[in-house]
Design a protein around this ligand. Structure first.
Ligand code: MG
Length: 201
C-alpha cells in the first residue's frame, strides 16, 4: 500500500506557511513504514528540532482506479479516518529553500499516525474534525473549507498514480499547525468521536 498526502488544501494553512493558494493539488508520498497504528506512541526523531503536527482527514481507497472521472470518484473510497502528517518543519524549510524534494521532512518512520475510520455513508456533510494537544484544541477543520474536495483529489491523483485497495490519502491540514514535544498527548476527533489518541515520547 502507499500513502498519498495532499499539501496546501486549506487556504488558511497555506497562508500561515506563506504559500499562495494552489491552482492544482500538490501531493507527495510517504512509505508504509511511516504508518503508526493502534495509538502507539510517537518517538521524536533525533534529526529534527521542530516536528509539527498536521491533523488531516484520511480517505481509505476501496478499489483500484486509474484516471478516475470526478463524477465516479466517490466509489473509490469507502471510509474517512483521521491521522497526523508529522512534518520536520526545520528540514522541510531547508528543502524548500534549495528547491529539493520534501521526503526527508515528511516520510520518516512513524510520521503518519493513523486512527479509526468511519464508513462514508455515516459521515455528515460537511465533516468537522479537530486535534487536541494536552486537552486544548489546536486545530479545527471542516470539509466545507477544502480547496480541492475529496472527489477532485481522487480524480487528480489517479491521473498520475494508480490507486489500489488499501491505499490511504491524507487530504491536507487546516490552520493551527505547531511543534510537539516530549510528553504531549494528541487526540484527534471527527465530530465528537475520538479516533486517535497517543503520546509523544
Ligand atoms: Mg500535511
Amino acid at each position: 500500500m502507499k500513502i498519498i498526502c495532499i499539501g496546501r488544501n486549506y487556504a488558511k494553512h497555506a497562508k500561515e506557511l506563506n504559500h499562495a493558494v494552489p491552482e492544482k493539488p500538490v501531493f507527495f508520498l510517504k512509505p508504509d513504514t511511516a504508518l503508526l497504528t493502534d495509538n502507539k506512541p510517537f518517538y521524536l526523531p533525533d534529526f529534527s528540532q521542530e516536528v509539527h503536527h498536521e491533523v488531516e482527514l484520511v480517505l481509505r481507497v476501496s478499489r483500484m482506479g486509474k484516471a478516475v472521472e470526478r463524477a465516479f470518484a466517490r466509489r473509490y473510497y469507502d471510509a474517512v479516518g483521521i491521522g497526523i502528517d508529522f512534518t520536520a518543519r526545520d528540514l522541510q524549510r531547508e528543502c524548500k529553500a534549495k528547491g529539493l524534494p520534501w521526503e526527508v521532512a515528511k516520510a520518516f518512520d512513524g510520521s503518519a499516525p493513523l486512527g479509526g475510520f468511519i464508513p462514508r455513508e455515516e459521515l455528515p456533510d460537511p465533516i468537522l474534525f479537530r486535534l487536541d494537544v494536552n486537552g486544548q484544541t489546536v486545530q479545527q477543520g471542516s470539509t466545507a473549507d477544502l480547496i480541492f474536495p475529496f472527489d477532485e483529489l481522487i480524480a487528480y491523483v489517479s491521473r498520475f498514480i494508480t490507486l489500489r485497495t488499501g491505499d490511504l490519502i491524507f487530504t491536507g491540514t487546516p490552520a493551527g499547525v505547531g511543534p510537539v514535544k516530549q510528553g504531549d498527548r494528541l487526540q484527534a476527533y471527527i465530530g465528537e468521536r475520538l479516533l486517535l489518541d497517543f503520546e509523544v515520547r
